[in-house]
Unconditional design. Structure first.
Length: 336
């Protein structure tokens, strides 16, 4: 028998074995879903790994929407997003795309990074999806999926400082979100009582002469609005959504992670432990997740902007820094 014929037989046999293996796997749509939503640098990776210490294996999708532009996920029409109405949604509606991922073996082109979509082990119990990009569609997702949602907030000052690289403030994160938050329909839906104050703050930020200060202010204000946006959603859907502050969880991780696991239905192992990330590397900016120093991490990158930020977000302009600046008071120059 020729070498080519043996090769063709081997290919056919391998395909047969693959089909047999697939039949023993589960699709993500067959398992309960858990969504973990929070901005970058808000502890989502650490928390997802801590939750993975439950008593059963589960599939973990880490930031599956990185190829979907954030503006496509911005929706203030959550009532249209129920799963039964999926067929009437536009073909490229992102909620329809992600719903299709969990109900089909075919992955919509460009939605998942290579390697993220896969069939699940037979003993898997849940699918955990960590997402930091499609946050402004949180309410639409809550209405669309029969799932539990964990929303995580963190001090906007700490997040902004972590997002800015040493050489430039030009990170794309929250650029589209900031522009969308100016939409009056979005403000009417989630910030009806403070809309005029928010619009004044937008106008003031747009007039800032310093480009770097303006970009930092835009991101800080967007994170502040996201924080309150999450609060609105948690209040509307208490049976499906739980909201936690990163600072609250990090100070009592064992109890808080256990509480979150109970809420989403993940029984923890008796010997479960909180994931501790190795952050003690040279030039690594973060500190250990289980120490108080995480709450008082120096604002190395926006230190020189703090006085100006305090002025921008003064009492007359919605007091964005109110309640967030206390841990960093010792870093603010005297007289401010």
């Amino acid at each position: 028998m020729s070498q080519d014929k043996w090769y063709r037989r081997a290919i056919r046999l391998s395909r047969w074995w693959l089909k047999m293996w697939i039949r023993t796997r589960k699709l993500p749509s067959e398992l309960p879903l858990i969504f973990l939503l929070g901005s970058a640098r808000s502890g989502t990776t650490w928390l997802s790994k801590s939750l993975s210490k439950s008593d059963r294996v589960r599939s973990f999708y880490e930031e599956p929407l990185t190829k979907v532009m954030p503006r496509l996920w911005l929706s203030v029409l959550p009532d249209r997003m129920a799963a039964k109405y999926t067929p009437i949604l536009g073909r490229w509606n992102p909620l329809r795309l992600i719903y299709g991922v969990f109900s089909s073996r075919e992955t919509p082109s460009g939605l998942f990074e290579e390697g993220f979509y896969h069939l699940i082990n037979p003993d898997a119990s849940h699918v955990l999806i960590k997402e930091v990009h499609g946050l402004l569609a949180a309410e639409a997702m809550v209405k669309h999926f029969d799932a539990k949602f964990i929303l995580i907030n963190r001090n906007p000052l700490a997040i902004v400082d972590s997002l800015i690289v040493a050489q430039t403030v030009d990170t794309v994160y929250f650029v589209h979100e900031y522009q969308y938050m100016k939409n009056r329909q979005f403000l009417d839906t989630y910030f009806a009582n403070t809309k005029e104050q928010i619009l004044l703050t937008f106008s003031y930020i747009d007039q800032i002469a310093s480009r770097d200060l303006r970009i930092i202010s835009e991101k800080l204000f967007a994170l502040y609005l996201l924080r309150h946006f999450f609060q609105r959603i948690a209040e509307r859907y208490p049976q499906k959504v739980i909201l936690k502050d990163y600072e609250q969880v990090i100070m009592n991780p064992d109890q808080e992670v256990s509480h979150l696991a109970d809420f989403v239905g993940l029984p923890l192992q008796e010997d479960a432990h909180i994931f501790e990330k190795d952050n003690h590397k040279e030039h690594h900016y973060s500190t250990a997740r289980d120490t108080r120093s995480q709450l008082n991490k120096p604002l190395k990158k926006i230190h020189h902007y703090l006085p100006a930020l305090l002025e921008i977000f003064s009492q007359e302009r919605l007091s964005v820094l109110e309640g967030f600046v206390e841990p960093y008071q010792n870093q603010i120059p005297e007289g401010i």
